[in-house]
Design a binder for this molecule. Sequence first.
Ligand code: GAL
Length: 695
Amino acid sequence: MSGKGFFLFVTVLILGACGTDKHHNCQFDFTKGLEKVASGVWKAEIGNPDKVNLLSELDFNPKIDAINNIEEAELPVDKAEITAEVFDGKTYIRFPLDKEEKIYGLGLNFQSVQQRGRIARLHVDHYGGSDNGRTHAPVPFFVSSKGYGVLINAARYIDVYAGTSVRKDTKNPPVLYNRNTDRDWSAQPYSDNLEFLVSAEGVELVFFSGKSMLDVVRRFNLYNGGGVLPPKWGLGFWHRVPTLFSEEQVKEEVGEFKKRGFPLSVIGLEPGWMTRAYPCTYQWDPGRFPNPEAFVKDMAAQNIKVNLWVNPGVAPDCEIALEIEPYTGTHTEWNGMLPDYSMAQTKKIMGDHFSRNAIDKGVSGFKMDENDGYDFWVAPDVAKYPSGISGEQMRQIYGSLMQSFMAGLYRRKNERTYGLVRAGNAGTTSYPFVIYNDYYNHRDFITALINSSFIGVLWTPEVRASKTSEEWLRRMQAVCFSPLAMLNAWADGTKPWSFADVEEQVRQVMMLRMSLIPYLYTTFAHYAFDGIPPVRAMCLEPGCEADPKDQFMVGESLLVAPLFAGETSRKVILPKGKWYDFYTGDFVGDGVTVSVEPGLDKIPVFVKDGGIIPMYEPMTTLPEGPVPVSVRHYGVKASSFDLYDDDGRTYDYENGVYTWIRLVADPAVASGKATVLDDGTIWSFNDYEFKFMTK
Ligand code: GAL
């Protein structure tokens, strides 16, 4: 009996009901077949799953202890109502839906937050303008408002019918109407099904429960390795220069940032840093960059990191072309060979090449472009890879594999990186890469930011160009409240000061971003340790059932409601509890929808009652040693906030080398106190000045 056959035999024995005979239904029994792997996490193995799945080829460790620390919760769904069967070589899965139940997640969507009522085929691709499943991170994970979520762990194109299909055997059939006479007749009758079709003879499902949707998401994130903790510099301001800029031009641009008093932490070089791009050599162009080592050092001396653009295709004139050839797929991308990053040999050859040319020269990280699609540009599904991974499976995990590989190169140096990527999937939560794309609708960029919080990925609404200074400022304001604050001037050569009439306002919001780093860094520590997404959809917030597409939470206490070009006012939904204006400390509302008119200078930001926001004084580069932090308190509630501190750049925090500083503030007596917990080392702060914002 072959290995596969034996596995099938054992599975049939264990579950007693499920074989994979193509012509017979194979029913899975969820009342018996769920295997508990941690508190609130269960696995089910339907049929004969593929050897390669979304997680199998990636290097990360699920944070089981942290999952077990989350309050226990049962699965709030009748297991007998969930069905799965293998039929005709495919796996059919069905979850019941209650009347009021809402569904979130199902990939990085740009136009919708709530997903019930949609049909999609989850497929890694560049987002093309509609939420049809083709997107940069089509993570097959849904979160239900009932308090559970499921990962369909297959590296396959997955069809989803999210509350659209109607079964004959349904317990809740749609009302029978007569279109001739009933005005209520609808082309989309009521459905109580959430159905998936996976083109494989089996699949692993991972169930997550939680007392709240946030707890479900936290369990999912921790199962995927916990969130990333970026190096501190990653949270500063990023600027990418035009693609053919030379070393001299970059230096001049950096000098201009200084002269004008604009903050800068990372400078990004686009394809022109290499001798050849599309396909890539990943070797410095001696004309534009005669001395890369000295260039990177010079930037470092100014406290600025260098990030390099790459895409997957290896050029025939790359130093390691011959060596890597056997480990690349059958098809090319822009004439570049596509390394099979699931293989140890590939990681060794490409790893040595990237280390020699970039990482060992002090380059802080990469922007890994075009590992998503479009179909003409990446290898088609008829491609095959030397590891045996098919074109379809590779498409679903190529971005994840590149992330795992690149994160590993920095990890082995005990150095944190932070960068960009165009594709990801389940399993990439702990990897230090933020998704971006070429699509440029501002509203949709914000909706993507919100949706990233359901599926364990990060997104940046990067700024590139604008038609008006108003649009420029609005985009800059929003990006400064995202996981990666970046101007990507690769094509347009824009600068933060490109629109002279809003230059000062842009500078102000970039400075605000820098000031917020102590708060943001703590926010990311909670992503890493507790799985709490740093930017969150409103419906993940206690006391809020609304799911707006244009406002979100950042960290524990900030609610951000960006304005878009052409707007002078907007509505903001304030969850239950008192909320205060970030800039003035004034009371704004409690569990109501308010209309705000902030003027052009400001992005509306609100703070929860008792919110504590530790901030740096405004500065253009991050401080090297400890500096004073000003601790703002909002509202009337006495409260506390644990401020996180570590070395900001290594992985030592994973071995417990970090410190929490408890900030306690009581507005009634206008007094605050900072206490270092556990006598830990302090790296970043030397004084705590409390400011009570609400008078
Ligand atoms: C695009 C990418 C841009 C820029 C460009 C360079 O695919 O999204 O941000 O890097 O490539 O060719």
